[in-house]
Structures are given as C-alpha cells and as structure tokens.
Design a protein around this ligand. Sequence first.
Ligand code: TMP
Length: 205
Amino acid sequence: MNGKFITIEGIEGAGKSTQLTFIKNYLTAQGKELVVTREPGGTVLGEQIRSLLLTPSDIAMAVDTELLLMFAARAQHVAQVIKPALDAGKWVISDRFTDATFAYQGGGRGISQQRIEQLAQWTLNGLEPDLTFLFDLPVELGQQRVLSRNQGKDRFEQEEVDFFQKIRDCYLQRAKHQPSRIKVIDSSRSISDIEQQLSAILDSI
Ligand code: TMP
C-alpha cells in the first residue's frame, strides 16, 4: 500500500514548525513510518538551491529565476526523496510544497497561475499531496512572531507586509477551491485547540 503525502503551508510566523513536531509525533505514535522533509531543500542539491534562494544578496533575482529554482529543487526532491518513500509505503510530511509556489511566486511575485501550473505538470507528473494543512493568521501577527525570533531575516522575510498579504490571500483562495485537500487551521487559536483539530483531521485520512 502506498503511503500518504502530507504538506504544511502558511505565511512566515504561522507556526508551521511547532505543529510539524506535533503531527510527526502523532503519526509516529500510530506506528507510521515517516519521512519528514522540507522545501526548498530536502536533498543535498536542494539545500544548495535553498541557500541561493534564501540568502539575501545585492544581486536582484529575476522572478523567473526564483520560480525555476524552486522547481529545480522540487524535481530533485520528488525523484530522490518523496516518490521513493511513497512507493515504499512510507508517509511523507513536507514543510511546504507546490502550493507555496502558487502563493509566493504566483500571488506574491505576480507570475501567472497558468505558467506555474505548466511547470507543475512538467515536473510532478501528477503528484499531489493527499492532505495539506494551511496554517493561517493575519500577516501582522505572523510578522511579529518572526521578529520575536530575533534572527536575521532571509531574502523572503525582508519583503513588505503587502507581499505577505497577497500570499495569504492566494493560499486562502486555493483552500477555497480545494477544500477536501487543503485544510485551513486558524493559527491564532490555542495550541490545544489546534492539536485537537489536527488529530481529528489526521484520523480521518
Ligand atoms: P521556510 O521559511 O518555511 O523554510 O520557507 C522558505 C521560504 O521559501 C519561505 O519564505 C517561502 C519560500 N518558498 C517560496 O517562495 N516558494 C516555494 O515554492 C517554496 C517551497 C518556498
């Protein structure tokens, strides 16, 4: 039996990492064999591409370069990690996947959804998550949480509020159109409420 493919999405500061740990522990306790990974990244090559994408630089990166690098890292990730794990019956949890490209490069950078769709069809061969958790909260709250981490900002985190607002809108729009796959989780609720909601959804797949 094939494993399940779960992805985790949301704007900066939406609490993905905390909830990823909960999801990982919950599924492990059920005896699932898990592969936990992330995008951009998840492979040696992909992590090198991540560094190109996230490290702030004086050289302005063209939006198409950004888009193609995301898919270059993803092609490697799918071939080397995701597909083999699913074929072996393992469950894969990825911190971000193609919905992030639609939201960031589409909504945020303004590349047409159709253009991204073409690249997705080319590189993914129909691979889609079985379930996506979209952690949602107002952009200003997310930004406050990022600031409180007290780390240097990466190339995306340096963007203005308006950029993240467009990303949030795009994520929510996608969730509206694909409600059976994309489950919106209100990140402003208490941790125990969120965990309850996550476990109910995980029990249902
Ligand atoms: P992270 O901070 O959640 O690890 O994600 C790294 C950054 O990369 C985050 O700002 C979102 C961005 N990103 C895209 O712009 N497009 C994508 O397709 C992916 C996977 C991530």
